[in-house]
Design a protein around this ligand. Structure first.
Ligand SMILES: [Mn+2]
Length: 259
């Protein structure tokens, strides 16, 4: 495993090049292939690719390509130091074995069933392998131009960047800041909480997925993106790592749509 940019639970990106930020794939293989093709064209894979978690768990079993995506994500993470999958609440639920529902469907049961379908003889081993992999996933990215990227959030009880770097040291269960970083929705957070958090971690703007929007939604300094599973348009962020970012609005021109 190459961990050039990773310290504890945090990925730190330098003031150089670009980062593509992709949210919530939820087992959509067609979208994943589109993204990987796009990344291939982004300076020949020299751009950073950030997947902000929830690459697994679809609504129905027929179109759930979580396993195919997971195998690819594992492969690319081991091969490229600029490929950055992060932990989402669905990976968290799989590793903690805490039940999670989506569209009324028990996703843990669903995931076990697709594991059994793909690996009839060794599905339990594969599940352990995936759980071990999820435990290696960072929870956030901080860029040199002061952008914070995570699955959801921000969490309240975070006082400095070290709290993020050491976030999973307290375990995955009964860990309130981790829980909030993975589950808090922008609809339940006010702009003051976002700004307080950004202040503590030395950032100016924050990018999350987790809550479905029509492409993107900018709320103060918080940019919410839906790249695959969402409410219509599918958007990603083509983040210029050199540009000075002083507020959320500075990210807006870097939001791109999938054709
Ligand atoms: Mn989510």
């Amino acid at each position: 495993m190459i961990m050039k940019y990773v310290k504890g639970d945090l990925v730190t990106l330098p003031r150089r090049g670009r980062a593509m930020v992709i949210t919530d794939l939820h087992g959509n293989l067609d979208d994943f292939i589109k993204i990987m093709t796009l990344w291939g064209k982004c300076f020949n894979r020299k751009c950073h690719l950030v997947l902000t978690g929830d690459f697994i768990h679809a609504m129905g079993r027929e179109n759930d390509h979580s396993i195919e995506i997971l195998e690819e994500v594992l492969y690319f993470r081991n091969k490229y130091d600029n490929f950055h999958p992060l932990l989402g609440n669905h990976e968290w639920a799989t590793l903690t074995k805490i039940l999670i529902f989506k569209g009324g469907v028990n996703q843990n049961v669903n995931f076990e069933q697709i594991l059994k379908r793909n690996f009839p003889y060794n599905w339990e081993e594969k599940l352990e392998e995936y759980i071990n992999f999820f435990q290696t996933l960072p929870v956030a990215v901080k860029t040199a131009n002061q952008v914070f990227i995570s699955h959801a959030g921000p969490p309240k009880a975070v006082y400095n960047l070290d709290d993020i770097i050491n976030l999973t040291k307290n375990g995955y269960i009964n860990n309130q800041p981790l829980y909030e970083l993975l589950w808090s929705r922008y609809t339940d957070i006010n702009q003051k909480d976002v700004d307080n958090f950004l202040d503590k971690v030395g950032c100016r703007a924050m990018v999350v997925g987790h809550t479905s929007v029509n492409g993107y939604k900018l709320k103060g300094n918080l940019l919410v993106l839906s790249s695959s599973f969402g409410k219509g348009k599918k958007a990603y962020l083509q983040l210029d790592l050199q540009k000075e970012i002083i507020k959320g609005k500075d990210l807006e021109s870097m939001v791109k749509y999938f054709k």
